[in-house]
Structures are given as structure tokens and as C-alpha cells.
Design a protein around this ligand. Structure first.
Ligand code: 3HC
Ligand code: NAI
Length: 684
């Protein structure tokens, strides 16, 4: 037996405790330990029951994701599960933390499950482009019924103990927090009562009622078609769940295995695995160790109650952190506060929030017109107009009122944080905290490290992000930081393609088919052409459309016309404007097929990413992937631009960029870093 498992016996109950930090993932050593432990206990005539429990943060948090894509080492998880299920003893899983995926499947192999009140179970394989491949799709429906299983496995959500008990996934919730003590007592009681030893696999009362009902799966597909678009694993999950109702258990298990194997090496699974580890990597900063102190953030000041200030405030209110929201004028302040309330009211209406929670959040905001009110806050985030002079005035004023050690952050999209920092006497306390719109919804937070930012301040920003449910990505100072900079080149190319006569609908289709929720032109219309074209000063398609009062969806349509259901058709007026501007600029039509359109829109993003890396703005290519996924909804199953580039092959990407450079000029000039990688046969 490996030393990952401790074997103890109490009054005829064998307690098998696994300890494999950080999350007891079911890697080879863990699997082997479980098999050895069960074989030993099963062979001992003095043992009446076996309790399987883990030490540390959590019961097994699933298969060891690092092993996917490597040669399987036996025993594999289905064999571990078969060993547990073949034990003649009564078996009990004692659950704490997050028993997920293979962890929950292991628990479902036991006769009974007991959990702490704080435990959250789930089958999140869909988030890795997979399906539960060790019996989860066959067993969960047997406990919860088909409709709940469809919802739980396709969403991958975590279920708290109370709900898991109601759904039948667990059998008992502990009263206190002595999981091991309560699990042993539960085991003794079950032995004393000679409780049934029915395996989940032997139950079919909940699945039988849906046998042969293909229509429920079709209805589920139709209802969720928008959410599931592009995700290959979802279809396999639905098929596997259907097998749990339509086939005997063993055949269902075989079907699950086939469907699992189809996904294991798929594009989606490799990309989503990359994203899983990339997301965890963003928090690691080579020269700022984890032990770096973190400043406490117990209250926050926000300057500017506009689009961003209001959204940023909501993040802190949701995390129960009080906010002082400061504006220049009472009217703007009142408006900002009322927008926050309206946003919460929408959540209440949609059943995602209670009235009480809404009022509790609103109580945490203090409106203010006076900088002196910020004297005791731990952090200030500035979200005023994007003008250097205004920002500098705000920061120098803050410098005179906030306490020592207060962190001063700017939400600027493009301005130089170092220059802003120099307007204070404490540049070491200044960073960028760059949120993405809508700030209460988008998950990305770029933490911008200025030349003089104290590592403690940077570390606090990174940790704070997690507290407000954002994914932090570290950026150095540079125009547009990471996500805006790399995505901006897609906008330039969109405009060029339109002027070269490519139908805007085709451009939107190409990007939608790639996996984005909307094409770039539909997005322009949604955001508002007046907002998009702001500050350009040039005569462009957008400036002309705005001068015609065509602002997009909000007024008279933009590139498209909209009916009352927001269905769009390309606007003949917009097409005329495009033609006129192209003529004025002397741009000739250049036909391109969909493959070329995609390459011309997205290869420059890869190229810009290479420049961002070369300049040291981003720490690693996977940070750029996360920034695009979390900030711009880059389709997760493509893995982000840099991962996608690797899957295409950098040589091919470079070749295309060189071809486009010849045809269309320097916007496509390859980054020297990309050229170097190709020469050295490397990847991002
Ligand atoms: N395999 C390998 N490593 C894992 C892992 C797993 N299943 N789960 C977490 N880790 C690693 C993380 O990479 C991280 O490593 P690092 O410190 O070196 O960066 C470390 O454990 C801690 O993870 P987190 O930072 O995510 O810790 P949290 O406390 O925030 O979250 C968690 C814990 C909720 C368990 C979260 O890590 C998680 O969601 N893990 C994945 C769970 C999952 O998807 N399980 C299903 C796997 S697929 C499967 O089981 C297939 C089966 O059906 C056959
Ligand atoms: P906005 O125009 O909606 O809001 C700015 C607010 O700041 C206004 O309410 C204004 O009254 C207030 N304000 C101006 N000067 C002030 C001062 N001296 N003191 C107090 N309040 C003052 O602008 P928005 O869109 O919220 O942008 C704010 C900042 O966030 C800008 O730097 C912008 O670049 C950045 N940003 C914007 C994003 C967006 O999508 N709108 C995304 C990410 C960052």
C-alpha cells in the first residue's frame, strides 16, 4: 500500500483516510491506495463497514487532470470503482470540500454518502470538454431523475449539501463539523440496523419513468440551444444520460465510456484543459512570491458613478465590502446610484436575488460629493473620464486626503499608469485595476503593475480580484494593456474588410461560427456607434452613420436595421455609406472567402499577442488567452488566441501574415518574436 492512505479500525469500522494535497485528485498513487485499502478491509472478517474519507481541503476533487492525454496507468478509475462496488462490506463515503467529477463518482460507488453542511458536490467535466467517464452519467440520473441530471451534468454546477440531500445524491448531512466522528457513528448505526446494501447501479426507479422518451432530450436541447452552441461535450452528455434510462446499467456504462473516449482528445477537451491550468497560472508572479504581504481591503472608495464606476461598485457590494461612491455633481451621483439599484432589481425580477439581499447591498453604499469622506478607505478606484489631465487632478487630490497605505487604482483603458502615479507623492501605492464592461458581469480584472508599484500593492490587487470573483491577469504599463490592445487589431481589420467590399453579414457570420456570441459589426451596433466612433475625428463609416442619427440598436439602427424583436437585416443606407467612404478613400473591392476573412481578422490578434509578450507586457502567452476569454468572451473551446495559434501551427500563421503583409501592408508585419519562435521550432 502506498503511504497516501491511512488504515484505522474503530469498533469493526475500517476508516480509510487518503491524504494527497492539494485537492486529493485521483492520480495513480491515490487510485492504487484506494484499491489496496478496500481489498484489505474487504478481506478482514472482523470489519463490518468501510468509511472512505480524505484529509486536507477536500474529498477527491476529481480525476487528476494532469494525467489526461498520457498513457493510462492501472488501476484506472472505473477499476477503482468496481473494487469498491464489489466489496462485501457496507461502504460509506464521508464528504467534505468539493467532491467533484471522479471524486463524486467514487462516492457514488459506496452504498451511502454523508457530508458536511458546507460540502459542494458536482460533475463539472463539461467545463473540461468531457463527460463524467466513471459512471457519473449512469448513476446520477438513478438518484435524481433524468431532468435534474440533465441540468446538473450539462451545467457542471456545484450543489450544496442541503440540495444534494433533497435530490438524493447524499444520504445524511452532518450536524456539526466532525465529519469522521459522524461518519463512523452513521456507519455503526447502519450496521446495527442491518441497512440495505443497494448500490446506486442497482436502482432504476427514477430512470424507468423516462425510458424510451426521446422527446425530453430534444426539448432540453431546443431550450438550451443558445447556451450549448459549439460545445461538443454537451451532446455526448445528453446521449449518455439518455442511455441511463434506455439501457441496462452495464450497457449504459459501456455507452458512457464510448462517448467519453470520443471527447478525451478532442479539440474542445485539450483547449478547455489548457484554460483550466491557464486560469490558475495567472495568479503566479515570478518575482512576487505567495508569501508577499497583502493589505487588508475592508472598504473602498470609487470616483465616478458612470458606466464603469457603478458596475465596479456592484462587485464590492456583492462581496459585502462597503463602498463610498464619489461624483462631482449631485445629479450624476443620483443617476449612478439609481442605475445600480435598477441593475439589482433586474436580478430580483429574474429570481437571482432576493429583495432583502438587494437592500442589504444598497445599504453598503455611501454616496458622496466630498473627497474628505475618503480619508479612511483602504482602496480607491478611479473611473472618471478617460482624460490624462482629469485623472492627474483626481489622483493629486486623493493624495492629500487618503490615509497612509491606501491603494490608489485607476480603471483607465489606455492611459499611462506611471504618469498618473507621478501626480501623487506615493507612486508605490498606485496600480491599475482595469475592469471590463459590464464591470459587474465580465470576469476579467487586469492588474496593471506600474514601474514603482510596490509588490505588496500588486499582490493585494491580485488577491482582491479573487475576493470579488474576478480572474486577475497581470499587465505591465502599455497602451491598451493586454485584452484591449490585442482585440483592437480585430476592429481595425473589420473596418478594412468592410471597406474592401466584404459583406458585413459575412464578417459577423465568420466570427459567430468561430464561436463568439456575436460578430464585431453586430457588437458595434449594440454598444452604439456614437460610443465606438468617439474621439476619432476622422470621416469614417461610423461617423457618417452617427451624423445621420443612426446610432445602432438604441436609435434608428446602425449597420443593420432592427425590428421590434431586435431581428436584424443589413441596412441599405449603411451599405451606401460604406460604398461612399470606400470611394472617397480610393479603396478597391478585394474578394475573400470565409477562411481568409477569419485569418485576416484573427491572425493579427495572435501577432499582437506576440508583441505583447515580446515587450514584457504580459507574463506568459496563456495570460493573453485568459484575458481574451474572460474579457472578450473568446470561445473557451478554442483555448484563446495563443493556444489556437499553436493548434494551427505557428509556421502557418506566420506564412499567412507574411502573405497579408505583401498584399495589405504593415498592419500584418509579423512580430519578430513570432518569427523567432518559428525559426527555433517553438510554440507559444
Ligand atoms: N487534477 C489535477 N490538479 C488539480 C485538480 C485536478 N482535478 N483540481 C485542482 N488541481 C490543482 C490546481 O491546478 C491547483 O494547482 P496549483 O496550486 O499548482 O496551481 C491546485 O490543485 C489548487 O486548485 P485551485 O487553485 O483551483 O483551488 P481552489 O480551492 O480554488 O479550488 C477546486 C478547488 C474546486 C477543486 C478546483 O480546483 C476545481 O474545480 N478542480 C477541478 C475539479 C474537476 O474538474 N474535477 C473533475 C475532473 S475530470 C474527471 O473527474 C473525469 C472523470 O469523470 C473520469
Ligand atoms: P462615464 O462617462 O460613463 O463615467 C465617468 C463618470 O465620471 C461620470 O459620471 C462623470 O460625472 C464622472 N466624473 C468625471 N470627472 C470627475 C471628477 N473629477 N470627480 C468625480 N467624478 C467625475 O465613463 P466610463 O465609461 O464609466 O469610463 C470611466 C473610465 O473607465 C474611463 O477611464 C474609461 O476609459 C474606463 N473604462 C471604460 C470602459 C467602458 O467600456 N466604458 C471599460 C473599461 C475601462
Amino acid at each position: 500500500m502506498t503511504n497516501l492512505l491511512t488504515y484505522e479500525v474503530t469498533d469493526g469500522i475500517a476508516v480509510l483516510t487518503v491524504d494527497s494535497p492539494p485537492v486529493n485528485a485521483l492520480g495513480y498513487d491515490v487510485r492504487k491506495s484506494i484499491v489496496d485499502g478496500f481489498e484489505k478491509a474487504s478481506a478482514d472478517v472482523d470489519i463490518n463497514a468501510i468509511v472512505l474519507i480524505c484529509k486536507g481541503r477536500t474529498f477527491f476533487a476529481g480525476a487528476d487532470i494532469r494525467e489526461f492525454g498520457t498513457e493510462p496507468k492501472f488501476p484506472i478509475l472505473p477499476e477503482v470503482i468496481a473494487t469498491i462496488e464489489s466489496s462485501p462490506k457496507l461502504t460509506i463515503a464521508a464528504l467534505h470540500g468539493t467532491p467533484l467529477g471522479g471524486g463524486l463518482e467514487t462516492a457514488l460507488a459506496c452504498h451511502y454518502r454523508v457530508a458536511l453542511a458546507t460540502t459542494r458536490v458536482g460533475l463539472p467535466e463539461v467545463k473540461l470538454g468531457l463527460l463524467p467517464g466513471a459512471g457519473g452519467t449512469q448513476k446520477l440520473p438513478r438518484l435524481t431523475g433524468i431532468p435534474s441530471a440533465l441540468e446538473i451534468i450539462t451545467s457542471g454546477r456545484q450543489i450544496k449539501s442541503g440540495e444534494a440531500l433533497k435530490l438524493g445524491i447524499i444520504d445524511k448531512v452532518c450536524i456539526g463539523d466532525d465529519l469522521s466522528g459522524e461518519a463512523i457513528a452513521f456507519a455503526k448505526e447502519l450496521v446495527y440496523q442491518n441497512a440495505a446494501r443497494t448500490l446506486v447501479s442497482e436502482r432504476n426507479e427514477k430512470t424507468a419513468e423516462h425510458q424510451g422518451q426521446a422527446e425530453i432530450y430534444d426539448a432540453f436541447r431546443a431550450k438550451n440551444s443558445k447556451r450549448f452552441r459549439g460545445f461538443k461535450s454537451v451532446e455526448n452528455i445528453i446521449k449518455a444520460i439518455q442511455a441511463s434510462a434506455d439501457l441496462p446499467y452495464k450497457q449504459g456504462l459501456k455507452r458512457e465510456r464510448e462517448l467519453f473516449s470520443q471527447l478525451l482528445e478532442s479539440r474542445d477537451a485539450t483547449a478547455q484543459r489548457h484554460v483550466f491550468f491557464a486560469e490558475r497560472e495567472t495568479g503566479k508572479i515570478p518575482d512576487i512570491p505567495k508569501t508577499t504581504p497583502v493589505r487588508p481591503i475592508n472598504n473602498v472608495g470609487i470616483i465616478g458613478a458612470g458606466t464603469m464606476g457603478g458596475g465596479i461598485a456592484m462587485n464590492f457590494l456583492n462581496a459585502q465590502i462597503p463602498v463610498i461612491l464619489l461624483e462631482k455633481k449631485q445629479e450624476a451621483l443620483d443617476h449612478g446610484i439609481s442605475v445600480i439599484r435598477q441593475n439589482y432589481q433586474r436580478s430580483v425580477k429574474g429570481g437571482r436575488m432576493s429583495e432583502e439581499a438587494l437592500e442589504a447591498c444598497m445599504k453598503l453604499i455611501t454616496p458622496s460629493l466630498d473627497y474628505a469622506d475618503l480619508s479612511s478607505v483602504d482602496l480607491v478606484i478611479e473611473a472618471v473620464f478617460e482624460t490624462m489631465d482629469i485623472k492627474k487632478t483626481v489622483f493629486s487630490t486623493l493624495d492629500t486626503v487618503v490615509k497612509k497605505g491606501c491603494i490608489l487604482a485607476s480603471n483607465t483603458s489606455y492611459l499611462d499608469i506611471n504618469e498618473i502615479a507621478e501626480s501623487t507623492s506615493r507612486p508605490q501605492d498606485v496600480i491599475g485595476l482595469h475592469f471590463f464592461s459590464p464591470a459587474n458581469i465580465m470576469n476579467l480584472l487586469e492588474v496593471v503593475r506600474g514601474e514603482k508599484s510596490d509588490p505588496e500593492v500588486v499582490n493585494t490587487g491580485m488577491r482582491l480580484a479573487k475576493k470579488i470573483m474576478k480572474t486577475p491577469v497581470l499587465s505591465r504599463v502599455g497602451w491598451g494593456f493586454i485584452a484591449n490592445r490585442v482585440m483592437k487589431v480585430r476592429s481595425y481589420q473589420t473596418d478594412n474588410l468592410i471597406l474592401q467590399g466584404i459583406n458585413p453579414e459575412t464578417i459577423d457570420k465568420v466570427i459567430y461560427d468561430y464561436g463568439f456570441a456575436m460578430g464585431p459589426i453586430a457588437v458595434k451596433d449594440l454598444v452604439g456607434l456614437d460610443v465606438i466612433g468617439r474621439d476619432s475625428g476622422e470621416r469614417t463609416v461610423e461617423s457618417v452613420l452617427v451624423s445621420m442619427e443612426r446610432l445602432g440598436q438604441k436609435k434608428n439602427g446602425g449597420y443593420y436595421d432592427y425590428d421590434k424583436n431586435r431581428q436584424r437585416v443589413l441596412s441599405p443606407i449603411a451599405m451606401e455609406v460604406i460604398k461612399d467612404i470606400a470611394q472617397e478613400k480610393g479603396i478597391e473591392p478585394v474578394p475573400a472567402d470565409e477562411g481568409e476573412i477569419l485569418a485576416r481578422l484573427l491572425y493579427p490578434v495572435i501577432n499582437e499577442g506576440a508583441k505583447v509578450l515580446d515587450e514584457g507586457i504580459a507574463l506568459r502567452s496563456s495570460d493573453i488567452d485568459i484575458a481574451c476569454i474572460k474579457g472578450y468572451n473568446w470561445p473557451v473551446y478554442q483555448g484563446g488566441p495563443m493556444f489556437w495559434a499553436n493548434t494551427i501551427g505557428l509556421k502557418k500563421v506566420l506564412g499567412k501574415l507574411q502573405e497579408f503583409e505583401q498584399r495589405f501592408g504593415e498592419a500584418f508585419t509579423p512580430s519578430p518574436y513570432l518569427v523567432r519562435l518559428v525559426e527555433e521550432g517553438k510554440e507559444f
